[in-house]
Design a protein around this ligand. Sequence first.
Ligand code: SAH
Ligand code: DHB
Ligand code: MG
Length: 222
Amino acid sequence: MDSTLAVDVDRYLESLFADGDAAMEAVLKSSSEAGLSPIAVSPLQGAFLSLLASAMGAKRILEIGALGGYSTLWLARGLSAGGGVVKTLEIDPKSVATVRANAKAAGLADKVDVVEGPAALSLEAMIERGEPPFDFIFIDADKENYPLYLDLSVRLARPGALIVADNVVWKGEIADGKSTSAAVKGLRAYLEQASADTRLKTSVIQTLGVKGHDGFAFSLVL
Ligand code: SAH
Ligand code: DHB
Ligand code: MG
């Protein structure tokens, strides 16, 4: 798909709603210097996640997959005034160090708690120890495990919480039920599980822009 026009539109919208943000640009720069992949959410998507968290008055946010902390810090900015935390689960030690440094540089170290290790184990440990429920959960780690992350997330969410999953359209490849890609299989299983789960009310929005053709799934925990 030719997305040149969509990129131009994103650049224009960024200039209005997500520009001149030195702190967030510094996160991308340090992520790139640390050798992390350039796959963070786009500036407009980050601003949108932040707006959603704000609209919900979220005080406890859980993120699965931090990379350099770009989405993490957008979410931390969306925390309601007077407190709250973003707990982010990350397997890659290099990412963990980068997120911590970026949170500190942004003056948000007290609001970001990075948990190092495989996310499934961290989620199970949180359930085990009776972690207080989360208001907002952002799933953005390994696509193969999205179905497991959804199940564990529902158990960590309060009624009325929102679970947002990134990358669920995957350049449109999710329309191919015969795909042998592990990511596509994981993403399709996630969507089918969300659709069948009576504890959730779900919809999906496709996106097009600087990150190409993709989409977010939004599930309200009933
Ligand atoms: N949310 C970030 C992008 C995350 S990229 C942003 O938008 O800015 C996906 C991240 O998930 C990577 O940092 C990767 O190391 C991490 N990841 C992959 N498998 C994981 C696992 N099993 N447990 C925890 N993190 C994992
Ligand atoms: C890719 C993009 C993402 O947002 C992500 O979380 C993982 C991979 C990608 O484009 O490969
Ligand atoms: Mg992603």
